[in-house]
Write a new protein. Structure first.
Length: 166
């Protein structure tokens, strides 16, 4: 499992970094062309939006991995011991349920785009490709939340073992 997570870490980092670099270059190049040469690439903004969507959802998984999402930690900073661990378990369960709901909503969004035959305006690719960023990215987040949930449950059992030894 650790090897899988290491591969997932590297893959997410490479994809997110590449998307950010390419998008930044594309937007910068488009701005230079538009304001200095009065020329615009018709597809650049649409492609940039699609890459940003993918970057955001893959980046959200990285944020879960790094515990960088915004959270309310006032309660957890006050609590100690088992209660703090129980609250963490409840929070992880809520996160997991939320991810599952978003994954299903994203899959329905993709199905609708396929059924309607929706295409991007300027580059003529199916819209289910950028829409897939939602279930893919949130599935990656789900993996991270499940791993955190399992780690928190292990922590609860370690806490019980430590209390028995005292």
């Amino acid at each position: 499992m650790k090897k899988f997570l290491k591969i997932l870490d590297v893959t997410e980092d490479v994809i997110a970094s590449s998307l950010l670099i390419i998008t930044s270059f594309l937007v910068f190049f488009q701005a230079i062309l538009r304001y200095q040469f009065n020329y615009s690439i018709s597809w650049s903004e649409e492609v940039a939006r699609m890459m940003i969507a993918w970057f955001i959802f893959i980046g959200s998984s990285i944020a879960v991995r790094e515990n960088a999402h915004v959270n309310m930690d006032a309660l957890s900073s006050i609590l100690r011991g088992k209660i703090k661990i129980f609250i963490s378990i409840i929070v992880e369960i809520i996160n997991i349920v939320f991810c599952i709901m978003i994954i299903f909503a994203g899959i329905n969004m993709i199905k609708n785009a396929i059924n309607l035959g929706s295409m991007a305006t300027s580059i003529k690719i199916p819209l289910y490709i950028p829409y897939a960023s939602v279930p893919v990215g949130v599935s990656l987040m789900l993996i991270r939340y499940v791993m955190r949930f399992l780690d928190t449950v292990k922590e609860l059992f370690k806490f019980d073992d430590l209390q028995g030894e005292v």
